[in-house]
Design a protein around this ligand. Sequence first.
Ligand code: FMN
Length: 400
Amino acid sequence: MFKPVQIADGIYSVGCRDWDIRDFHGYSTYEGTSYNAFLILDEKNVLVDTVKKEFTDELLDNISKIIDPAKIDLVISNHTEMDHSGALPGVMQRIGQDKTVLCSKMGLKNLRSHFTGSLNLKAVDNGEELSIGKRTLTFIETKMLHWPDSMFTYIKDEGILFSSDAFGQHYAGDCAFDDEIGDAVMDHAAKYYANILLNYSSRVQDLLESVKESGLDIRMICPDHGVIWRDDPGKIIAAYDRWSRQECDKKAVVLFDTMWSSTAKMAREIAKGIESVDVKVRLMNTRKCHRSDIMTEVMDATALIVGSPTLNNGIFPVVADVMTYIKGLKPKNRMAAAFGSYGWSGEAVKILNQEFDAMKMEIVDQGFKVQYVPKKEDLDQCFELGKKIGLKIVERIENK
Ligand SMILES: Cc1cc2nc3c(=O)[nH]c(=O)nc-3n(C[C@H](O)[C@H](O)[C@H](O)COP(=O)(O)O)c2cc1C
């Protein structure tokens, strides 16, 4: 779609779809993404956020289908990250360099760090209100959701929340609204939460709590990526509440990599053992599954079981990549165990245990290593290890 979409009386979604992007700072966007920006027509015309620099002309073109961009009086930057601010200098050139760009206090600092020169920046306070005619905008600081500069802009008259990166999804399909895309949106939203926000879960909890306390009436949520929540904004708020509590399912993720299939054989038997006690299992080869898909599965898994052959006294590089990624996203309260095949020195299991310690995971077994190719009795032991882990998961879930 290369046209603006009216989302409410006098309010338009004017952003752009990026059909081509497949790697979004390490996140796999199989279907591309969108950079949403919103135009509010009132006594003062306001643009909320911009897009990635390469899409500047497309954004201006979309705006021109509604009003002359020079008639925009004010721009709000809810978030400094380049996919929402990259077009700012070009947009301001077109609409007028003297026009004000409103942002949070940290936004002011961060926008200055990104763009030297002529942006006319003005910081707003948390909770500050601004009348733009028949509407009043309220600015809500949302520090570290997910950058220090992040904020929301809220129109109380219509209950519309411009939520920046929160509640977003990397989606670039034909649908503009939650009711058009249907349930598939929740998979996109879960992947987005797991990969962008999981590490800020305690802040999400605080934010949801303060929204509840203040009685904010939210009838529509407009994130900067993906579809707009107009049918059931409560659904994504409830999901954020669930995900940010880091409550897990009766489920384990078994990750592994392998050079000559020995660790793969062990992984399969461990997975069978886990499944034998009716625990859901995801068996994921780190060279075949993208780290962001692995992370999505880890988000609601009680246990993370990781296998690596020993390579040059270390763990396999792709396993290290995924472990580093998972560590940064700080999944909490997880069980863990390591396994792997080795030839002579066999350091991989020990290194993986150190990683689990650093992630504050509960190591439920010291791990199992097998020299070269696993024999029948080794594989039986792997099955038993899986079963033991599965039973521990059942116990934890049932004692909740
Ligand atoms: C390039 C290379 C380096 C290796 N380095 C080590 C090592 O430092 N220590 C060790 O115990 N085994 C080492 N091995 C042996 C493997 O760990 C062993 O072959 C293991 O069975 C491979 O498991 P896989 O079939 O799951 O890949 C190395 C193997 C290769 C191919």
